[in-house]
Design a protein around this ligand. Structure first.
Ligand SMILES: NCCCC[C@H](NC(=O)[C@@H](N)CCCCN)C(=O)O
Length: 552
């Protein structure tokens, strides 16, 4: 008798990739919101009175609940107990609630409201947390920054929960299929989200010639509504899959506290988790200040509002070119024929050069920095594929850390030498940003697929939640530290600003970033040392980090 093989949604490549699109697009939207204020730090200072400390404290609050209230650990438990689809929708809803609060805090409506008065008079510290120096609020913090911080910490819970849930969802749908490619593509789309926000956030804030920072945040909130819809659509597809397979939703072994003990006893896990926190602390927090760092180091000519390059049409054209770079890079990775591959590579490179040229012509730091995630969009899937087929993950972590050190030191010492030399400065900035982008592809592409080699398969979910938790400690601490170090290493500027000798606009463009950048380079040095230790430990204990994931 011939057995009829029941085909499920998962067996159709089209359906799998559609599901990936829903999950990855939701992450794309959340990465946009994550950095929505980063390219408009100067406007937050000039229109809302957020100095670097207020800005850094607000940005650092994203990880506060995850780290100090252990929300990420709970998120891992919720994911294990309730399953992927429930947690996906929950994370989407949590992100939206947090983002809406964040938006209200920076609106004109909040200014002069009774809520603003309340925040001015209260929440100057949190007992217990303040004594430890980890409170997300301080005496004198602008009320809008305090309320925005509350929204951002709720958003932070949602986005990290979404991060571990999406990874788990990809495993569920792609196990036995193109899993590494799917993960690489998801990360690539997330990077495109960062580039999108670098370009569009200032556009929304300055639209119509009237500055309103809340418009940028509102743009992010609308995207998060779309993200929630994506997760809801995913919910139904996932439910359908389960009804076809006749299984209850796929779950790892239920989360047990003793699992944490097992993970924490793994030497390899600690090395990867520490490398992760050191590396990412030198990338994500930097991303929040990078535009302002470029504004302080590069010389831009003020474009007249009538100038072609100052118009929003150019922004849209530049964005389309960015999409061409991403699409051509993606196509070149996966097209079969050699000629097609080469054609796509040429298209990607030419479009990248045009993108950089337009960034220069537009004379703004955010359009220059927008190139940062672009290289990562193009090469993360290639490198993921490389790790799958050739291995060398530990070596890639070492090379990625080396590039990171070189870039931060270049920003700290070489870029300022070109102040006044507009063309030279832009060239140094572009080359350094592109190299940093390459580093940001090497490390994530090698790090995340290495985790399953270090811990037992049944506790992978908990292991990812723990790594995210440890990583979040750095992501909380460093934006805060950069803000504080900036204010402390620029005492003259801070006092001139306080005494009204310079305008907030002038102050925002005059910071000396040398010390914070050296601090970030030191993180790279520590990551590099751990990378070498990991290589030694890998050889000694046979973790197979240098071996391919797929044996052909
Ligand atoms: N499938 C890979 C998941 C990890 C991607 C990684 N994201 C993170 O590590 C997040 N925890 C960081 C979120 C940043 C918070 N501001 C990545 O490389 O993006």
């Amino acid at each position: 008798m011939t057995e009829k093989i029941q085909k499920t949604l998962r067996d159709s490549a089209g359906m799998r990739w559609m599901v990936l699109f829903f999950l990855a697009f939701a992450m794309f939207c959340s990465y946009i919101f994550m950095d929505i204020l980063s390219p408009i730090k100067d406007l937050m200072q000039s229109t809302r009175g957020w100095d670097s400390t207020a800005f850094g404290t607000m940005q650092g609050s994203e990880t506060f609940l995850n780290v100090f209230v252990f929300f990420l650990i709970f998120a891992g438990i919720i994911l294990d107990k309730m399953g992927v689809r429930f947690t996906a929708v929950l994370s989407g809803a949590v992100m939206l609630v947090g983002a809406t609060i964040n938006w209200y805090a920076v609106t004109e409506m909040f200014q002069g409201s009774s809520l603003e008065t309340w925040f001015n008079e209260n929440l100057n510290y949190i007992p217990g947390f303040d004594e430890l120096g980890i409170s997300p609020f301080y005496l004198g913090m602008p009320a809008s920054a305090k309320f925005a911080a509350i929204g951002f910490m709720i958003f932070g819970c949602g986005v990290e929960m979404a991060g571990i849930t999406v990874s788990r969802g990809i495993v569920k749908w792609f196990k036995g299929h193109e899993m590494a490619l799917a993960m690489g593509s998801e990360m690539a789309l997330a990077r495109l989200g960062v580039a999108t926000c670098m370009i569009f956030s200032p556009v929304f804030a300055k639209m119509g010639g009237v500055i309103d920072v809340s418009r940028s945040v509102a743009f992010g909130v609308v995207l998060l509504m779309i993200a929630l819809i994506m997760f809801i659509v995913y919910f139904f597809l996932d439910k359908k899959l389960d009804s076809q397979t006749g299984e209850a939703e796929e779950k790892d072994d239920p989360f047990k506290i003793s699992d944490i003990g097992n993970i924490l006893r793994s030497r390899g896990f600690w090395l990867v988790a520490l490398l992760c926190v050191l590396y990412y602390s030198a990338i994500f927090p930097f991303q929040k200040y990078a535009v302002n760092m470029l504004q302080c180091n590069l010389t831009f000519t003020k474009l007249s509002p009538e100038s072609f390059w100052a118009g929003n049409t150019v922004t849209v054209i530049q964005y389309v070119i960015m999409l061409i770079v991403a699409a051509a890079a993606f196509a070149s990775n996966f097209s079969k024929g050699k000629t097609m591959k080469s054609v796509m590579q040429v298209v990607a490179v030419v479009a990248l050069v045009i993108f950089c040229y337009m960034g220069y012509m537009r004379q703004s730091a955010e359009t220059v920095f927008a190139v940062f995630p672009l290289l990562a969009v193009g090469i993360t899937p290639i490198l993921g594929n490389y790790v799958d087929h050739k291995g060398k993950a530990a070596s890639m972590l070492v090379v990625g850390s080396l590039l990171l050190i070189a870039c931060h030191l270049t920003f700290a010492f070489i870029l300022p030498m070109f102040k006044g030399n507009a063309v030279g400065g832009i060239i140094v900035a572009y080359v350094t940003i592109l190299v940093l982008g390459a580093s940001f592809s090497l490390v994530p592409a090698a790090l995340w697929p290495s985790v399953p080699k270090l811990v037992d398969a049944k506790i992978i979910g908990s292991a990812y939640a723990l790594i995210f938790w440890i990583q979040n400690i750095g992501l909380w601490l460093f934006p805060l530290l950069i803000g504080k170090v900036l204010d402390q290493t620029n005492p003259q500027l801070v006092s001139d600003l306080k005494n009204g000798l310079i305008s907030p606009e002038e102050a925002a463009m005059s910071y000396d970033y040398t010390v914070p950048l050296v601090m970030l380079a030191c993180l790279g040095v520590a990551a590099l040392i751990l990378g070498f230790v990991l290589k030694i430990v890998d050889k000694k204990y046979g973790y197979r980090l240098e071996e391919p994931n797929i044996t052909e």
